[in-house]
Structures are given as C-alpha cells and as structure tokens.
Design a protein around this ligand. Structure first.
Ligand SMILES: NC(=O)c1ccc[n+]([C@@H]2O[C@H](COP(=O)([O-])OP(=O)(O)OC[C@H]3O[C@@H](n4cnc5c(N)ncnc54)[C@H](O)[C@@H]3O)[C@@H](O)[C@H]2O)c1
Length: 399
C-alpha cells in the first residue's frame, strides 16, 4: 500500500474537519476517498464539497472497496460496533476519543483489531503538543526524581447550555454515557496519566451536575492512589470560567508546573528525603514557624518547536505512518485505554459511593450505565446505548 485511502464516518463537529484536513494536507501518503453519515443530507453536502462518494451506512462504505482506513467520529456508543465491523473487513481504525463509553467495549475493540491484524489508533491530539511531549520527557528523564504527586486542574472545558442542547445525544446517559469525564476531559485524563504516573491502583471520586441542565456530571473531583504514599488529584469541569489547564508533578528532586504553553521547573538543591533526615538540630528549632527552607531554583523550560506537527492532522499523519511502516501512531488502542479506565473508575466510585480498584470491572461499568439510564434518563439520547450494546453483543457472539 503506497497511499492510505481514508473514509470518515460521522460528519458532525469533528468528522467534517477530519475530512477537510485530509484533503487539504500536503502529505501525499494519504487521501480521502469516501465519507458517511446516517443523515443523508450531511453526507451529500460533504461529498459535494470534497468531491468523494458518500454513504449513509458505514458497512456499505467498508464494503465499497474504496477505503483502507476509517476515521470513526460518531457518538460514543457507536464506536464499538463500527470499529469491529471495520476490523472484520481488514480496515484500519482511527477512532475518536474516548474509545467507547465503557472499558468493556474498548477492550473488545482492541482485541478484535489485534486479532484481525489491523491498526487501532485514537484521536488524542494533546499528545502532539510540544509542551506535553516535553513535560513527559522531563518526568521520564528522571529530572524530577521519584514522583509522589500528580495534580491536574482541567477547568478549561467550559461548555454552554446551548452546546448541550445542540445534539440529542449530548449530556445524556442513553446517548453519550457520561459528561465532562467521557466527552471533554479524556484529553486531560490522558495527559494526566501519560505525563504522570500512569494508571492508579484505586480511585475515589465525587461527581456533580452543578450548573447545566443535563443528566450527566458537569464537574468531577477524582482522588488517585498509586500505592507507596503516591497520590494524584484531578478536577475537571465544563462549568467554570476562566478555565485552567494545569498539571503539577512533584518528585523528590523537583516540582514541575505545566500551564498555558509553558513549563516551570523548580529544582531542589537536596532531594526531599535527604533534606528531611539531613536537617541539623538547630535548623529544626529555627524552623518551628515554617522552615528550614532549602534552595529551589526555578527556571522556564525551553520547549522545542514542533512547527505544524500538532493537533488532529498530526494524529492522522502518525496513524498513516503506523499503517505503512508499523511505527508512528501517537495513541494506539491499548495506549488510549488508561484514560477510559480512569473515567470509568470515577463513574463507578462517584455513583456507587465506594473506592474502585483498577483495572475496572467492565461488566460492573455496563451495569452502572444501564442503572443510570433507567434512573436518570429523559430519553433524549434516543436509546443509543441499548441499540449499540445489542449490536455489539451480536457481533461478538459471531467470532
Ligand atoms: N478529538 C477532538 O478534539 C474531538 C472534538 C469533538 C468531538 N470529538 C469526538 O468525536 C465524536 C463525534 O462528536 P461530534 O461532536 O462530532 O458529534 P456530532 O453530533 O457533531 O456528529 C456526529 C455525527 O455522527 C452521525 N452518526 C451518528 N451515528 C452514526 C452511525 N451509526 N453511522 C454514521 N453516522 C452516524 C450523526 O448523524 C452526526 O452527523 C465523539 O466521539 C466526540 O467525543 C473529538
């Protein structure tokens, strides 16, 4: 395969930009050859604009012979079945985040793509940001020493009520499967674990629908336990302004503050543990009111310029490379599972009122989604969960 021929399924807020980016990009390793949306008029409009054939049924597009890879940009519950259908036809899958609303579907998608030997990538474009790449490099380089705290405030996901009202699936249990944690914050949750300490051992959370008229949470507080006295904290909301996008990582040699486009690094002269035990007796007396303070050197970290190698198109370039050479994907299926483990654990903890161990029990998460739908759904989401769960069950029964 010299050139990867992409189809895009789901021509809404995200699918249309993906289709346009592919057509506009100068990279000649890929091209757009088909588009698809359940809504015929949307499919026809994009087809006319971008001069490619359109479909209203994803499987018909898969069977057309026109595409080698598909970008799935539809509401979350449909990700699983559309990915499995594609994998079974040998079509590579680049799925929008989150992989699905539940880890059970996400794990099945990963297993199916592996079995059919097709690539599974996920659109987590924050992994292409120079700031985040540098922050992760610093942590892995050992510059901060042993990490014992990761903190994230991602209150930069403000959404108006008009946004939630703009699509029947938005903000619903039966259409979307969650709120800020499943739709907006996946990028942040991914950065939290990708830069910081990976998957926690246990999560305790407190969720609230604080401001919006929606069924699901618009605010989440998550406490993460990594064992050995190491902890993490996440605050995510769509109901706060001005928003913050901040990650703080503390280790025994330094603390790093990642905020806006920058990184500040506070390097200690003496590692924390050494300082705790190495303090002289007279210093302790002097320190009764807050010391002894050791010298910390704060610097603004120089972040290498990545030019235009950021955002969604860079994810498509990387995924194309992965298909053609086996190397290049920014986020594969397995890599994208961690953020979903965190959000699912937070839902289970928040709504069941108990700490949750990770990896999450997928069946328990599926039962919770059904229970929340039964108790809280207004029916706006038009039964997508039931429909796509039934389709996935049928598909997975046929190996
Ligand atoms: N990576 C990002 O920055 C980013 C940004 C926004 C949305 N997203 C993700 O993209 C996905 C879509 O979100 P959106 O905001 O574009 O939604 P949207 O409602 O704007 O568009 C979804 C489209 O999918 C179509 N559709 C639904 N089910 C379908 C099916 N079975 N087959 C074909 N078409 C179908 C709908 O008709 C609609 O046109 C979600 O997973 C969302 O989380 C990612």
């Amino acid at each position: 395969m010299k050139k990867v021929r992409y189809g895009v399924v789901g021509l809404g807020n995200m699918g249309v930009p993906h289709a346009r980016h592919i057509v506009e990009d100068k990279n000649r390793q890929f091209c757009l050859t088909a588009v698809c949306d359940l809504a015929g008029e949307k499919a026809a409009k994009v087809s006319e604009e971008l001069k490619v054939p359109s479909f209203t049924d994803a499987c018909a597009m898969y069977d057309s012979g026109l595409i080698d890879a598909v970008i799935i940009a539809v509401p979350h519950y449909a990700h699983g079945p559309l990915a499995v259908h594609a994998a079974r036809r040998g079509i590579h899958v680049l799925c929008e985040k989150p992989l699905s609303s539940s880890v059970s579907h996400a794990r099945a998608m990963i297993a199916e793509c592996r079995k059919r030997k097709v690539k599974l990538g996920v659109v987590l474009q924050h992994r292409t940001f120079a700031r985040n790449i540098e922050a992760r490099r610093l942590v892995r380089s050992g510059a901060l020493g042993e990490i014992f705290r990761v903190q994230m405030v991602c209150s930069n996901w403000f959404r108006s009520q008009g946004y939630y009202d703009s699509g029947a699936w938005r903000g619903t249990w039966d259409g979307e499967g969650g709120g800020v944690l499943i739709n907006q914050a996946p990028h942040s949750l991914d950065q939290f674990q990708w830069i910081g300490l990976g998957l926690p051992k246990q999560i305790t959370s407190f969720l609230a629908t604080r401001e919006h008229k929606i069924e699901v949470e618009d605010t989440a507080n998550i406490f993460c336990d990594y064992g050995d006295g190491r902890h993490g904290y996440i605050y995510a909301t769509t109901a706060e302004e001005p928003g913050m996008d901040q990650i703080i990582v503390s280790g025994d040699k330094a603390t790093m503050i990642v905020e806006h486009q920058g990184i500040r690094l506070g390097k200690l002269k003496i590692p924390v543990a050494k300082h705790i035990y190495g303090t002289k007796k007279q210093d302790v007396i002097v320190s009764a009111f807050g010391g002894p303070k050791q010298q910390t050197t704060w610097t603004d970290v120089k972040i290498p310029d990545r030019g235009n190698r950021t955002q969604h198109i860079e994810i498509i370039r990387g995924f194309t490379k992965e298909i053609l050479t086996g190397k290049g994907s920014y986020a594969c299926g397995e890599g994208a599972l961690n953020e979903l483990e965190i959000s699912n654990a937070a839902y289970l903890s928040g709504y069941l009122g108990k700490p949750i161990s990770l990896p999450v029990d997928g069946a328990e998460m599926d039962r919770l989604l059904a229970k929340l739908e039964k108790e809280r759904s207004t029916g706006r989401g038009q039964g997508a969960r039931k429909k796509y769960y039934a389709e996935m069950k049928k598909l997975l029964a046929k190996k």
